[in-house]
Each structure stands twice: as C-alpha cells, then as structure tokens.
Design a protein around this ligand. Structure first.
Ligand code: BDR
Ligand code: CA
Length: 301
C-alpha cells in the first residue's frame, strides 16, 4: 500500500485519477493540496472537496495552495474542462472546509510521517511543490518519491509546439522541482497519450455501478464532448497514469534523463529538452496502454 499526498488542479482527468486513488486499496490518501491550473484555485479546491464528498471521504484534508504561477500570469483552459473544471458533471455539495496553506500542510505532514515513506503525486502545475522545496527543503527531502504528470519528450506538446500544459503553466516551478535532486518519476504526454479510454470503456464503467465508476464514465463522456482528437474514438487519460505508476509500475518503461526547462517567453515556454548536466529524472518512455486502462477500470469498478 502506497501512502500518498496528491497535489492537483481538478480538471476532468485529475478527477478520474482522484476517484481511482480513493477507490483502490493499494493507495492511502493522506491529504490533497490544490493549485490553479485547469481552472482557478477556488474551483480546483471545491472540485477536490466535491470528489471527496462523493466518496464519503471528507475526513481527508484538502488545502488550497498557489492561485497562480511563481512569477508569470496564469493560463486557463476552461474550454477543455468546462466552466466548472469538471465538464459540467454534477457532484454532491461538499461539507468539510478546505485549509488555505498547502505548503504548511505538506511540511507538517512530511515532518510527522516517517522520512521517505510518502509518495507525492503531482497532477498539475508544480507551483506548490516548488514553494515547498524553496521554503522548507528539509521537509521536501523527506518525500520518498514524486510522481508527476508533465512535459513532452519526443511527442508534440499540447500548449506550444513542444510544451505541455502543466510545465507551460509554471515553467520556473518545473525548473526548480526537476532540478531539485528530489527523486522524481515524470510521465510525459508521449506516454499518457497512449492510455486512452473509449466510449465502450465508459459503458463498462457505467454498468459497474459504483459511484467512482459511474462518475468516471460521466467525466470521460464530458471529455469526449469538449475535445476533438486526432483519434476520434478515444481520449487520453493523462493524470490517472500517475496513480497507475504507483499501483502498476510494471506497465511502464523508465529511462533516466537530464531535462532542462525552457524558461523563455515563446509559446514553447515550459518545453523540456535533454541536458546532460542536469539532475537525472526517471522519465516514462513507454506504457502498455490497453492494460493500463483495464487496471483503471478494475480499480474503479
Ligand atoms: C495535463 O494538463 C491538464 O489539462 C491535465 O489535467 C493534465 O494534468 C495534461 O497536459
Ligand atoms: Ca491536471
């Protein structure tokens, strides 16, 4: 069983990832921190709380973090994730309140739990994690491993020609985290684009009948309505790959890479390039895509 903290910007695929993490007995969620990304911070925070309310897990603390990147102005992509960030899928209203200092919560949890025990799952822009590292490197060094979704290596980007959203949303934060020497597994678009759900998968999830399966089906169906894709018959499940890396490591191939982050102001800000002098980041290069989706469906059912 992997004990995790999840930093996220829900977000349709973040929501599916959270539902899986909450449902699978292989993961214990100690807390959730939120960041502005797919939509503004208030909404990513209330979305995280809605998901916990659906799962009857409002005992899990939620703490709001950064409302924008370290030093740039924010990007919003409400066209993909809908005006509410969850594609218009209605979740139960949350009761429990959120805290408002994600970094303090991360520090407190990391100092309390055994060193190297906790996996930090990063599903959005890396702003909160960069701040954790800057404000309390001692606590940051107690993270066992970071598993993050972000970047594009050989594949095209989804923001600029070579830049991916989570890295493009806060390149300076990505640079701090990737250069920190903390143990990181990075899952880029090259890999997450191969983990694809079909409408037939949605039908199977709906039929499974658990709240987490039914809502995942609704979220992925909303994703079909809001995006067009070169492959019209499926949609990529980016963020759930982070959870699958923890629960089903054997699905992925990893390679150690030194990666630098484009800190310029072109549309490719946040793009990653190989650079031998940088800290090595374990980067996913291949995945068994269909098997990954099957594990996801099983965990949600
Ligand atoms: C990443 O960007 C967000 O829109 C998704 O939630 C995912 O974390 C994919 O580039
Ligand atoms: Ca995300």
């Amino acid at each position: 069983i992997t004990r995790v903290l999840i930093d996220t910007d829900p977000g349709i695929d973040d929501a599916v990832a959270l539902l899986y993490a909450l449902a699978t007995p292989r993961i214990e969620v100690l807390g959730i921190t939120t960041v502005a990304g797919n939509i503004g911070l208030d909404r990513t925070t209330s979305n995280a709380r809605r998901i916990l309310a659906l799962m009857g897990r409002e005992d899990i603390p939620v703490h709001a973090g950064a409302a924008g990147p370290l030093s740039r102005s924010g990007i919003e992509v409400a066209d993909i994730h809908g005006m509410d960030g969850l594609g218009g899928v209605e979740f139960p209203a949350p009761g429990a309140k959120a805290g408002d200092d994600a970094v303090a919560f991360l520090v407190e949890t990391l100092m309390r739990e055994p060193a190297s025990d906790i996996v930090l799952m990063v599903l959005g822009p890396m702003t909160n994690i960069a701040r954790l590292f800057r404000e309390n490197p001692l606590a940051a060094r107690r993270v066992g491993r970071i598993i993050a979704m972000g970047g594009a290596i050989r594949d095209a980007g989804n923001m600029g020609p070579r830049s991916e959203f989570n890295m493009a949303a806060d390149p300076e934060a990505a640079d701090i985290v990737l250069g920190s020497g903390l143990p990181i597994v990075l899952i880029p678009l090259d890999v997450t684009r191969q983990v694809r759900a079909t409408l037939d998968d949605c039908a199977r999830l709906s039929a499974a009948g658990t709240p987490q399966a039914v809502y995942s089906a609704r979220l992925i169906e909303a994703y079909f309505r809001s995006t067009s894709a070169s492959d019209a018959s499926s949609r990529p499940l980016h963020d759930p790959c982070v959870m699958l890396m923890a629960t089903h490591r054997e699905l992925f191939r990893l390679e150690a890479m030194g990666l630098s982050v484009d800190l310029g102001t072109s549309p490719d800000a946040g793009a990653l390039s190989p650079e031998s002098s940088r800290m090595l980041v374990l980067t996913a290069t291949e995945v068994e895509g269909r098997a990954a989706v099957e594990h996801l469906i099983a965990g949600l059912s």
